[in-house]
Design a protein around this ligand. Sequence first.
Ligand SMILES: [Zn+2]
Ligand SMILES: [Zn+2]
Length: 278
Amino acid sequence: MDLSTRLIWIDFFPDGSVLQPLWDALRFRYKDYLRSPLFPVILTVSSYFIFCVPYVVCDLMGDRWPWVQRHKLQPKVRPTWATMLHCVGVTLWNHLFLVFPASVAQWAWRPPVDLPETAPAFPEFVAGVIGNLLLFDFQYYIWHLLHHRIRWLYVTFHAIHHNYSSPFALATQCLGGWELLTVGFWTTLNPIILRCHLLTTWVFMVVHVYVSVEDHCGYDFPWSFSRIIPFGVYGGPNMHDVHHQKPTSNFAPHFGHWDRLFGTYAEYCFANPKKNTK
Ligand SMILES: [Zn+2]
Ligand SMILES: [Zn+2]
């Protein structure tokens, strides 16, 4: 950056971060809410249901929206009211009886967090979000592989997530308590390990919820991450749909590199979804 550009930059953002105005607005207006240990839980649960809504509407509209159904990965299978209500019930049960008590306990023994005065620099913010996604992808790949290879782990903890071989948005958090707690543990711990700013942490959590819903939505829309990110780096709905149809492959939740490296990758076959196997 030359001197004149740098001076203009400093004029607009005297502290050097493009995110400072946003961070200041959040800090000054919502300080008490943001400092609460309950905030990350409320943020992730509300984003989850908000992200699910458009996909649920697509499912409910069905053939009335043929331009949407063109992108359905398993066009012959649609979620019913009963399957959607079952998943909402499991999600609410897990959050009411596991996540919420754990958060309240944390609230009782941990003081509210301090909000730093400065926002993260933009490159640090982007690197933090991507770094957290990559770290979680690796952890969950190992966890997921073990829960499929060891029958006791599969039956006891992970089988509930495979109730549906044709995923839909609300099936994303149709999880056993152990799996939900593990996922929550990593998404809370990883930003601490990577020494991320709170803003980076919260944005990572929301992005993580969004990509998890997208992985399960059952549609391969042109704006899906797997289509936006080139060279097949990102797996997306295709890759995870194959895992639900043939659960011997595609264990990584987001990216494709670990499955390719360890020989567990399977390509989605659009011409004949029944061939979606290695
Ligand atoms: Zn899944
Ligand atoms: Zn699985």
